[in-house]
Design a protein around this ligand. Structure first.
Ligand code: GLY
Ligand code: MN
Ligand code: MN
Length: 429
């Protein structure tokens, strides 16, 4: 792991929050992600499942966490199963967690080898009535792959048909949505690494560079600051590429006069940052580019003010839509008739701003978190309005990550990342 060790108290707190919501006589099981194959013997880099990481800090494949608060033997209330390590594995793959290290990382006293799982699990299931399965209920999920968790659920349903089933996901959505201070600190570190990447780019960018060269500059800066790399596939979109919302080719040459939209964030310790900045290739916005840029910035700042305890996510989106509508009227991109005749299900402003304004962010970039209940302190949201104008050859989005605070003053984790036109121009020149 490139990141510094995390205080195990975080994972102990997280488990206690989860177990406090479990039914009597129930067991919950969480599996690591698989290491996904490419072909032949190549694999994708390992990326831990965020739930087992959140509850244990274990950042290793073939790990299982079992929680059983009512277990008759106290030592079986929390168990971590890790793959057995030995000298051969240490030489070929590098050291894996020993039992002692697994305890140090997670705060879980009982650590068994994975090969003992079936036996221990059968024994504990005879004491239990309910098993919690960790299905994926994220509002944007679209997974075709069978995960390690899916295989476990199928096996368990077959072998223990008389137990009742319960869902871990609603508990996780509830607790992961509200961040602990340690988590906000880790997210601040991710944002600070992103800031370093952005500042590097401001000195690097000029007409004639290629989008992938800019991508490489970010990656260089991220990894040298202990990040594994990008928190999500980066978008480096010059000119009209910015109007393809999920443009990830990053293979075009930047031209004089282009704006470049960069939606790029570093991960740190599995936590995401999610930033968008839009800069002029030649270091100077045209007056039209500046006019639209400052409009997007105003909408971002107004939207941010609404991220306070009690706000309802869907209502917030409607309010941001109203602000954007009024701004697009001022820019002359919409006229009164467009707004009067608009379809309430697809308001006129969506022609220029067709995506959402905010999503939860945390261990996942599009993180878990309740969306239908009022916002709470220590939830973290992105704020990311944009205006996309293919007819004028540019698209602009600005995105920050913001913590909701009890006192009603949102705390911007990206407060130090340059965003004003004058600052960007000065740093580029
Ligand atoms: N970078 C993904 C997003 O902004 O939601
Ligand atoms: Mn983004
Ligand atoms: Mn985002």
């Amino acid at each position: 792991m490139k990141y510094h060790p995390i205080d195990k108290q975080l994972f102990i707190k997280n488990r206690n929050k989860f177990m406090a919501q479990m039914q009597p006589k129930s067991i919950a099981v969480f599996n690591s992600n698989d290491i996904y194959p490419v072909s032949a013997d190549s694999t994708m880099p390992f990326n831990q499942h965020r739930d087992i990481f959140y509850l244990s800090g274990a950042d290793q494949e073939e790990t299982i966490l079992l929680l059983f608060p009512d277990a008759m033997e106290e030592k079986h209330r929390e168990i971590l199963f890790v793959r057995e390590t030995n000298e051969h594995i240490a030489i070929w793959e590098g050291a894996k967690l020993t039992k002692e290290q697994a305890t140090q990382v997670s705060g879980i006293a009982t650590v068994y080898w994975l090969s003992d799982f079936d036996k221990v699990f059968f024994d504990l299931m005879t004491e239990a009535e309910t098993i919690y399965f960790n299905t994926n209920e994220h509002y944007r999920q679209a997974v075709e792959t069978e995960t390690r968790e899916d295989r476990f659920i199928a096996k368990c349903k077959k072998e223990f048909p008389a137990h009742s089933w319960a869902k871990s996901n609603p508990i996780l959505q509830n607790i992961r949505g509200v961040k602990e201070a340690e988590e906000i600190q880790l997210m601040q570190q991710a944002c600070d690494i992103t800031e370093k990447g952005f500042r590097r780019i401001l000195g690097f960018t000029k007409p004639g560079v290629w989008e992938y060269e800019m991508e490489a500059e970010y990656l260089h800066e991220f990894i040298r600051n202990r990040s594994k790399g990008f928190a999500y596939t980066p978008i480096i979109a010059s000119g009209n590429n910015a109007n393809v919302l999920h443009y990830v080719e990053n293979n075009q040459q930047v031209r004089d006069g282009d704006l470049i939209l960069m939606d790029v964030g570093a991960e740190y310790a599995n936590y995401s940052s999610d930033m968008t900045r839009t800069i002029p290739a030649n270091g100077k916005f045209t007056s039209r580019q500046k006019e639209v840029y400052n409009t997007v910035l105003r909408v971002k700042n107004e939207a941010t003010k609404m991220l306070v305890p009690g706000t309802i996510w869907a209502e917030y989106h409607k309010e941001v839509g109203k602000i954007m509508t009024s701004e697009l009227l001022s820019l002359g991109l919409l006229d009164k008739a467009d707004v009067q005749n608009e379809d309430k299900n697809w308001p006129a402003y969506k022609k220029y701003f067709m995506h959402g304004t905010s999503h939860h962010i945390g261990l996942d970039t599009h993180d878990y978190g309740e969306l239908k209940t009022p916002m709470k302190a220590n939830m973290v949201f992105t704020v990311e309005p944009g205006i996309y104008i293919p007819a004028e050859g540019f698209g602009i989005r600005i995105e920050d990550d913001v913590v909701i605070q009890e006192n009603g003053v949102p705390f911007n984790l990206m407060r130090n990342i340059p965003v004003e036109v004058e600052e960007i121009e000065e740093l580029m020149n």
